[in-house]
Design a protein around this ligand. Structure first.
Ligand SMILES: [Fe+2]
Length: 510
């Protein structure tokens, strides 16, 4: 799959796309995308696709025209690697020797509680907004501010200067007022280890945009680890009108292994393990008070990266996410697997558990006298169950909605609300997307767009102004009508565009 693993190039000056079809006149703004694109420097290579150095793309839609440009994120990691003409900074799946962070790791032997791995600032996963600031983001304490107009890397920011955490997700949520909600993990050094929920207010940026909106961050609440030395890995979370939904899955980061990985000669990625015999815990935290719902909701072991949506319905919290039976997805993205072709590639896929869109329903009206052994879900449009156990905890079984969809996107105006349509990349029998799909969670029907030798990445929904129906219109670089999935227009870019991961559409100011 060379399309993934060859090094991408940057196109620093804007190039005009050739449009066929007709772009909607209202489609004005900039689609920013992020993803790994540089997998080797000099003669040294990364081991894993998610280690590749970030390339930021922009597609600017203006008056029926599209301009494309891309620049490598000029992170400290990028600068150090390019200067040395080899990879000198460790990534999650690639440990480099000697590493400039070695001193930090050697401290761990004398006092494990001080372990704060100083990770790379190669923020390759998504574009996120805090206030009026746009950041390239991965899942660690560093984020890099970028200028969405020029794609210049403006400033490196450290969450830790504002709030005590070591890891943070690249998939925050935004409410209707423009406030940003995110979650992070505080490991050892800040008192008891915990998952932290925080909010950055929409008006956090100063007028000159010199001070980061992050300085106004507010901690909403926290959840203690169920196992002190093995916090769960999580890539995203759910948000309803009143609650944050956090899934504490048995896919865990082993802190002791993490602290000693450098000396054991293994990557940090090898410190992630799925405990298939363990359970999954579901936490529901009121985002206004920070208080967690006291009911202990749990389910069978699962692995989740992407939540799709969550909402409240008649005293229940309903949430949909893309789940796996195992953690092989991370394994699949080792470059040695991705470079396989033909039968070798097909064979390596035999261990790939498909992604399943599942709906969980948590009843909020649970009380001490609730009947044991009975299903407390009273919604009639789902087969998901939540059964009260003898000890007062509630065992939740999901309803499986669809198999083979990843990189989910929705009309974000319906985030935290009852919704109908999921857009995503179809990943049938392969972890690599080969179709764009739209799934109707009510009718269970699905439509798709595909073209031979095309590898569409995550679709991004942009609502037309005044749109009332949920599936009014959705563009992409390929612009599809979200209702019919007909092709409206495509913008052919006269430059190379490397495959990416996630992105964010910034509407033009009106
Ligand atoms: Fe993601």
């Amino acid at each position: 799959m060379e399309v993934y693993t060859t090094n991408g190039k940057e196109t620093p000056e804007p190039v005009k796309a050739q449009i066929t079809g007709s772009l909607p006149a209202w489609l004005q703004g900039t689609l920013l995308r992020n993803g790994p694109a540089l997998f080797s420097v000099g003669t040294s290579e990364y081991n894993h696709w998610f280690d590749g150095m970030s390339l930021i793309h922009s597609f600017t839609f203006s008056n029926g025209e599209v301009h494309y440009r891309s620049k490598f994120l000029k992170s400290d990691t990028y600068k150090k690697n390019i200067k040395a003409d080899r990879i000198v900074v460790s990534e999650f799946g690639t440990m480099i020797y000697p590493d400039p962070c070695k001193n930090i790791f050697s401290r761990t032997f004398s006092h494990l509680c001080n372990v704060i791995p100083d990770f790379t600032d190669n923020n390759l996963i998504n574009i996120i907004r805090y206030g009026q600031d746009y950041y390239a983001s991965s899942e660690i304490n560093y984020i890099n501010k970028i200028d969405p107009a020029t794609l210049e890397t403006v400033a490196k920011e450290n969450y830790r200067n504002h709030i005590a955490l070591n890891l943070a997700t690249a998939h925050p949520h935004y409410d209707d007022e423009g406030n940003t909600y995110n979650m992070g993990t505080a490991l050892m050094s800040f008192g008891l280890p915990k998952y932290v929920i925080f909010k950055v207010p929409a008006d956090g940026s100063d007028k000159e945009k010199k001070k980061p909106a992050l300085r106004k961050v507010q901690q909403i609440g926290s959840i203690p680890f169920r196992s002190t030395l093995c916090p769960s890995y999580y890539h995203s979370f759910g948000m309803t009108e009143n609650y944050i939904v956090f899934v504490e899955q048995p896919f865990k980061l082993d802190i002791v292994k993490l602290a000693t990985a450098y000396f054991r000669g293994v990557s940090w990625g090898s410190c992630l393990k799925l405990d298939k015999d363990d359970i999954t815990l579901f936490h529901v935290v009121n985002k206004h008070t920070g208080k967690a719902v006291s009911t202990r909701f749990y389910g069978d072991a699962l692995v989740v990266f992407h939540h799709v949506n969550a909402y409240e319905d008649d005293d229940h919290v309903v949430f949909d996410m893309i789940t796996y039976e195992d953690s092989n997805l991370y394994e699949m993205f080792y470059l040695r697997n991705m470079r396989k072709e033909g039968d070798d590639f097909t064979e390596s896929l035999s261990s790939f558990a498909p992604p399943v869109l599942q709906r969980f329903v948590l009843p909020l009206n649970v009380h001490k006298e609730s009947p044991r052994g009975s299903n407390l879900v009273t919604l009639t449009d789902t087969t998901a169950t939540a059964v009260m156990q003898e000890d007062g905890s509630v065992y939740c079984k999901p309803e499986s909605l669809f198999t083979g969809l990843e990189l989910p996107a929705i009309n974000y105006k319906f985030n935290a609300k009852k919704y109908r349509y999921v857009y995503g990349s179809r990943v049938e029998y392969t972890p690599h997307p080969n179709q764009i799909a739209k799934f109707d969670v009510v009718s269970r029907k699905y439509s798709m767009w595909k073209q031979d030798n095309c590898f569409p990445s995550e679709p991004v929904f942009v609502a037309s102004p005044g749109a009332e129906e949920e599936d009014d219109v959705s563009p992409f670089l390929l612009v599809l009508d979200a209702k019919t999935f007909d092709e409206l227009a495509r913008a052919e870019i006269p430059a190379t565009v490397h495959l990416d991961l996630h992105g964010l559409f910034i509407p033009a100011a009106v």
